[in-house]
Design a protein around this ligand. Structure first.
Ligand code: TRP
Ligand code: ZN
Length: 469
């Protein structure tokens, strides 16, 4: 007969209870943490965002079922989160802002829970042993409120619109609409079941499963993203949409969706997204996901987000440059994901450089000309004071992270030559496909492939508060 660990632990606990007179210390257990260290932490360990994400477990899958009524702005959700405990857990946290939690169950057994700020603390009825898989199901509802940032992020998260919702959550807005481990260092697969009033469309990541089902005046859409995804890239964008579906020239599923106000962009968005996705596969390596495309909604965000498989454009006709940017993120940011926010240039610098590569590919301005022009900016330009290799938490999306980040790649290309540079891009995406990356890993790979000491170059471009010479 084999004893599982829980059985052994129960037996040990029983012996302890029987053997100890009141006041005795329980004997230390060999494989369990002391009781006071068995609470999962309220942050995953990003020093710049200490309360983002949570410690003590690793999410494998989110199964999200949400119903949303645009007229009342009310959301009703059930989130089933499957995770593996990375330590013994007497309690653990999820990130959730606002909304009322009506019940929490762990492995189908009701659990106690409490709220404090953006933290939902769950106390399972039984300790979760390190290494075991569990499912926590949270039933919640309310009026989602987007996150607002005083710095440079503006409004993000779940943003109600007259006909639905615009959902773009970078960096930490997924907690405005579902309980999550809201930090990019924990990626997971996702299933979405989204119910909306009939006539309204719900668009999420990945591909649609089956056809939408309408009953009782409501339509349910099911979507599945079967590749690992960071929480900030999850979307359930809802509204009136015109759709165009098909596949790219190389056979990647392609879906474009536009709000009726932007119907004139539908064909252009569809065609460009397909053309650009295909081109990036020749530069960055195989497409990491099962579909591509894009969504234009009528919320005037003035920006776009690279939501996995479905970049979201906020209230404008997306031009080629921005489509090239968002689709480059499918490799840089979405497939290869940063472990901590200070490395954001690995997303934005690369996506910005992709804009220049697209321009070069189309025979317009070359990356070299773009680089020269930017490098000529005077010493007083704020970009030179902000080292892009360490994105600042209160100014994460600073222009330097984008522009000087892109320039860093061009400086690297000049130093190691086109052949090595483009080999490096493909090696980088291949080696870390679906994984996590840091700046140090990129520098190491660049040095390894080129056989050059690139420390001075990266130091000047990424880490010094002055214009590189
Ligand atoms: N990553 C986006 C881009 O450069 C910019 C962005 C940051 C954003 N936070 C956002 C967009 C929140 C929408 C919502 O492509
Ligand atoms: Zn970007």
């Amino acid at each position: 007969m084999r004893y599982n660990r829980r059985g052994v632990a129960l037996l040990a606990a029983l012996i302890t209870v029987l053997a100890c007179s009141p006041g005795d210390e329980p004997p230390p257990s060999s494989h369990h943490l002391p009781a006071d260290q068995r609470a999962g932490t309220p942050g995953i360990g990003d020093p710049d965002f200490p309360r983002d994400g949570n410690g003590g477990y690793d999410v494998a899958h989110y199964d999200l079922a949400v119903a949303y009524v645009p007229a009342t702005k009310r959301l009703d959700g059930v989130a089933a989160v499957r995770a593996r405990a990375t330590q013994d857990l007497t309690s653990f946290n999820l990130d959730l802002t606002g909304l009322d939690v009506r019940g929490v169950a762990v492995n189908d057994v009701p659990a106690r829970f409490s709220r404090e700020g953006d933290e939902l603390t769950v106390r399972p009825s039984k300790v979760l042993d390190s290494g075991t898989t569990f499912t926590v199901k949270v039933t919640y509802s309310g009026l989602p409120k987007p996150a607002k940032d005083t710095a440079n992020l503006g409004t993000y998260g779940f943003i109600p619109t007259p006909d639905g919702a615009f959902v773009a959550s970078e960096p930490n807005g997924s907690k405005t609409w579902f309980p999550s481990n809201d930090h990019p260092s924990d990626k997971a697969t996702f299933n979405f079941t989204i119910t909306v009033p009939a006539g309204v469309t719900a668009l999420a990541n990945g591909e649609m499963i089956g056809q939408p089902v309408t009953a009782g005046g409501r339509t349910t859409f099911r979507w599945r993203e079967r590749h690992p995804m960071a929480t900030y890239l999850a979307t359930a964008t809802i509204g009136k949409f015109d759709l165009r579906q098909g596949s790219t020239a190389t056979g990647i599923q392609n879906l474009a969706a536009t709000d009726p106000k932007f119907k004139g962009s539908l064909n252009e968005l569809y065609t460009r997204s397909g053309e650009i996705t295909d081109y990036w596969t020749t530069v960055f390596g195989p497409y990491p996901f099962s579909s591509t495309g894009g969504v234009v909604d009528d919320y005037s965000a003035g920006y776009a987000l690279e939501n996995q498989t479905k970049p979201l454009y906020g209230g404008f006709n997306p031009q080629e440059t921005i489509v090239a940017h968002e689709l480059a993120h499918q490799w840089f940011g979405n497939s290869l994901t940063i472990k901590r926010w200070k490395d954001l240039w690995l997303n934005e610098g690369f996506a910005t450089y992709a804009e220049w590569l697209w321009s070069e590919h189309k025979g317009r301005q070359s990356a070299e000309a773009m680089f020269q022009q930017l490098h000529n900016r005077p010493e007083s330009d704020p970009m030179w004071k902000y080292p892009p290799g360490r994105a600042k938490p209160d100014d994460l999306f600073n222009q330097s992270v984008y522009t000087r980040g892109g320039m860093t790649l061009h400086a690297l290309r000049r130093a190691i030559g086109d052949a090595t540079f483009f080999t490096l891009l493909k090696r980088w995406t291949a080696e870390h496909r679906y994984g996590h990356v840091t700046t140090e890993q990129f520098i190491d790979l660049a040095e390894h492939l080129s056989g050059k000491d690139l420390t001075p170059l990266f130091d000047a471009w990424l880490f010094q508060p002055r214009r590189p010479s």
